[in-house]
Design a protein around this ligand. Structure first.
Ligand code: ATP
Length: 145
């Protein structure tokens, strides 16, 4: 079983932040099975965030996610830790709204590196269907489990 994660430009632009995020990811028992660095076009970003098209923050989100490089990751839980990688990555990320991290999860990635609700480190698929759909936007096919 795998999950799909995306690191946003405010992290990927800075190698030192990027390494710290990856180190925390590995320490949390998640293994990287695929990785791709790319810069999204407006059309690709529109597909990724299609569910938010009518939200007030949509334009801001699209502008940011296309403003620099992103890293797409396929993650799995390691043999020794097991468990659901979708839940593990979302727990590691922390709440979408960065102000909540102060009392909910200061040690999460968003607690450590989040700046705003738009610049909030990364994205994580929230279901097996979104893993398949979002992975397909960045990788040819999901590698078999
Ligand atoms: P993820 O980013 O992993 O999808 P999520 O499932 O908690 O986290 P979504 O609801 O899918 O977040 O929203 C996608 C992105 O849209 C968020 O990462 C965030 O940058 C932005 N976003 C969501 N809700 C808000 C909001 N109320 N205000 C501003 N930005 C928001």
């Amino acid at each position: 079983m795998r999950t799909f994660a995306l690191l946003k430009p405010e992290i990927v632009t800075y190698p030192s932040l990027c390494w710290q995020v990856l180190e925390k990811t590995l320490t949390a028992g998640l293994e990287v099975t695929r990785a791709r660095k790319t810069t999204l076009t407006l059309a690709e970003a529109g597909k990724l965030y299609a569910a938010h098209k009518d939200k007030f923050f949509y334009e801001r989100l699209i502008r940011h996610i296309t403003s620099g490089p992103v890293i797409a990751l396929e993650l799995q839980t390691g043999d020794s830790t097991g468990g659901d990688p979708v839940a593990r990555w979302r727990q590691l990320l922390g709440p979408t709204k960065v102000y909540r991290t102060a009392y909910e999860s200061p040690n999460s990635l968003r607690g450590a590196f989040g700046l705003t609700d738009t610049r909030n480190v990364g994205h994580g698929s929230d279901s097996p269907q979104s893993v398949a759909d979002e992975s397909a936007l960045f990788f040819d096919t999901l590698t078999p489990t």
